[in-house]
Design a protein. Structure first.
Length: 171
């Protein structure tokens, strides 16, 4: 009896796969994009907050990346200054939005996961408006790790630029 039941179940599964079962073949509908918070599009001044580095490595000679614990902040600050989209504020009180930039590098089982994270905050409410997380592709050679780090930072900047351009207020 169980052999017949197994044969029947296998036959039904085979038929569903081969004959394009309607449940599996339904086309997905695209979800419309949710609005971007208006503070991001209307901001003129930003404060960049250094969220620091969270790393598995503690010894200077043991670092996976050059530039020290402030590299992410320094590199992001320079990229923001070069972009020129926002005036960089010296204090969060004078800013329309706050960019919190940080880096983490931690052991995840057999490999290390490195990521650059940017959180866009409202300085008045301290509520997160948007978050970007870009992973740094792992590499064995130091020069490739550096290259991958720079690629991740460039991608983060492109993500931010795309968000700002799509969030631009209607004219």
């Amino acid at each position: 009896m169980s052999r017949t039941l197994n044969s029947l179940l296998i036959g039904l599964l085979f038929s569903a796969v081969c004959f394009d079962c309607p449940v599996w073949s339904q086309t997905s509908t695209e979800v419309p994009a949710a609005p971007v918070p208006t503070q991001i599009a209307s901001a003129k001044r930003v404060f960049i907050f250094n969220a620091g580095e969270e790393t598995y490595f503690h010894l200077p000679n043991d670092a996976m990346y050059t530039g020290g614990p402030n590299r992410t902040y320094n590199q992001f600050y320079a990229a923001m200054k070069s972009w020129g989209q926002y005036e960089l504020s010296a204090t969060p009180a004078d800013a329309d939005i706050v960019f919190e930039i940080g880096f983490s590098d931690r052991n995840q089982g057999p490999m290390f996961v490195s990521q650059i994270k940017l959180v866009v905050l409202d300085p008045k409410t301290h509520i997160g408006l948007w978050t970007f997380t870009n992973y740094v592709e792992p590499a064995g050679m130091a020069k490739n790790r550096e290259k991958n780090y720079n690629i991740a930072m460039d991608a983060l900047m492109e993500d931010l630029k795309n968000l700002v351009s799509h969030a631009a207020p209607a004219k």
